[in-house]
Design a protein. Structure first.
Length: 257
């Protein structure tokens, strides 16, 4: 049976992803936990494969538009892939269904959501403040920091399914100020595909993926992304981002409580 609430939720999240490029894991995982009572581990694992599916579609669009820097994607993956594998090995040592593990995952998710909201609201100010200071970085240092960012994203995404959107794009724009924004966004989305796929496969191995739930969410999200992409050129970006950040703050505080 297809639950219409899951379909509607998938459509809503897909709509925001299409309009802003962020919000997938930031909204879907807490939505599954708070609204539908899904166990945090299952919510994270299912959302990772949900993100892999939606990001693949986004990557195809950016690849066709030639707005992906594959060298940048490779640098991010050089950090995220080993970090993801290491994080999955650590998670495998714990019973993710245990109440203590559930509390830790929920707490971590709440903190990451608040950080994501901060980056959504103050991303431009952060780039202006630190972009000039880091604009003189040599290529080697910039590459090393990008790999380190990939590693951080690997840990965050594997444990919470959040972190590859607003946080990743903002830091990348600071590290690569001369790269066009569209190319940075496209590269971030392309990198999210192997990252979420690997992390999602690991969670599948750990038994924390609900395939029926995943299929139902995709049923709503795919048309949502298409419609959201259509609205992206018509909606005021600042309004959408403030609204999304406000929702993340409310949800993050709720999870921490």
């Amino acid at each position: 049976m297809v639950d219409p609430l899951y379909v509607v939720s998938g459509f809503g999240v897909g709509l925001l992803v299409g309009m802003t490029g962020v919000g997938g894991g930031s909204l879907m995982t807490p939505l599954l936990i708070l609204l539908f009572g899904i166990h945090p581990a299952t919510a994270v694992g299912t959302d990772l494969l949900f993100a892999a599916s939606t990001k693949t579609a986004g990557s195809a669009v950016h690849a066709a538009a030639r707005t992906i820097d594959w060298a940048l994607v490779t640098q991010l993956a050089a950090g995220s892939v080993p970090a993801t594998i290491a994080t999955l090995i650590v998670l495998a040592q714990f019973d993710l269904k245990d109440a203590a593990a559930q509390h830790v995952m929920t707490l971590t998710l709440g903190i990451v959501l608040l950080i994501t909201a901060l980056f959504l609201l103050a991303g431009k100010a952060i780039r202006q403040r630190y972009g000039e200071q880091l604009s003189g970085l040599d290529r080697g240092t910039s590459r090393t920091l990008t790999v380190a960012l990939g590693a951080l994203m690997g840990v965050l995404v594997t444990t919470t399914s959040v972190g590859a959107g607003a946080i990743g794009v903002t830091v990348l724009l600071i590290l690569h100020p001369r790269m066009p924004v569209g190319r940075v966004v496209g590269s971030d989305i392309a990198h999210a595909v192997p990252l979420t796929l690997l992390a999602g496969a690991g969670h599948w191995f750990l038994g924390s993926v609900d395939w029926n739930l995943l299929a139902t969410l995709l049923l709503g999200s795919l048309p949502g992304i298409v419609f959201g992409s259509y609205l992206a050129t018509r909606a005021r970006d600042v309004v959408v981002r403030i609204t999304l950040a406000s929702v993340l703050v409310i949800v993050g505080v709720r999870l921490l409580g």
